[in-house]
Design a binder for this molecule. Structure first.
Ligand SMILES: C[S@@+](CC[C@H](N)C(=O)[O-])C[C@H]1O[C@@H](n2cnc3c(N)ncnc32)[C@H](O)[C@@H]1O
Length: 216
């Protein structure tokens, strides 16, 4: 993303956060969760299980569904749910007291260096300042740590339905090849990149993509 584009996205980040403060209730509806958000969460949990990560940060955790599932399913030593929106975190706090909820920006998470073994993020990276967030993920991850990000592929023919013009004005969705370049430039090696599986919906109809990388 160009410096100008980054600046305009950053300028709107306060608006985005306010919007999520208001949307927090609607966001938890079961139909939206089942169709849109659960499949990527399943993918992330499978990646974490294989990696054996013990200290995990879910960045842009929203109302905390993924972080709470990680706490329950994987019982890691530490699971952090980080989000810029106090409204989303208010909902999250009701969900689990095993997750350490943190009202922080992705670009300044406030952990010491090498503090976690995995950083995961679903459907939030498009709101972040990409380079600053990736530099922060690299800083807080231990060497060899796992990075797993899911976000919509803007080249999908369905992406425009899911990303109407107002959202596109507030966010930037790097296409998969750009994600790979951004992540590798930040000091990671991409190990896997593919559409999220949503059986029985065929992958061609699925607009979101999982990118997995290891911190060098
Ligand atoms: C679409 S929600 C996704 C929530 C959750 N990851 C999920 O999949 O259910 C996007 C979240 O990103 C958060 N967000 C936006 N910009 C952020 C930033 N710069 N740092 C941290 N969180 C941010 C919003 O507050 C919102 O909760």
């Amino acid at each position: 993303m160009s410096a100008t584009r980054q600046a305009s996205v950053r300028a709107f980040n306060g608006l985005v956060t306010q919007g999520w403060n208001r949307a927090a209730g609607l966001y938890n509806t079961s139909i939206l969760q089942r169709l849109a958000y659960r499949p990527p969460q399943d993918e992330i949990i499978a990646q974490l299980a294989v990696s054996g990560a013990k200290r995990i940060a879910d960045v842009g955790c929203g109302t905390g569904i993924l972080a709470s599932r990680i706490a329950a399913d994987l019982t890691p030593e530490a699971i952090y749910g980080c989000d810029a929106s106090a409204g989303m975190l208010k909902q999250a706090r009701f969900r689990s007291d095993r997750v350490q909820w943190r009202n922080r920006q992705a670009e300044d998470l406030g952990f010491p260096d090498d503090a976690v073994d995995a950083v995961v993020s679903t459907h939030a990276f498009h709101f972040f300042d990409h380079q600053a967030a990736l530099a922060e993920f690299h800083r807080i991850l231990a060497p060899g740590g796992l990075l797993a990000i899911v976000l919509n592929n803007p080249t999908s023919r369905f992406a425009r339905v899911l990303q109407p013009a107002p959202i596109q004005g507030l966010a930037y969705f790097p296409p998969p090849n750009e994600m790979r370049t951004l992540i590798e430039a930040a000091g990671f090696t991409v190990t896997e990149q593919r559409p999220v599986q949503r059986h029985p919906i065929p992958p061609a109809l699925v607009p979101d993509v999982l990118t997995v990388a290891r911190r060098d």
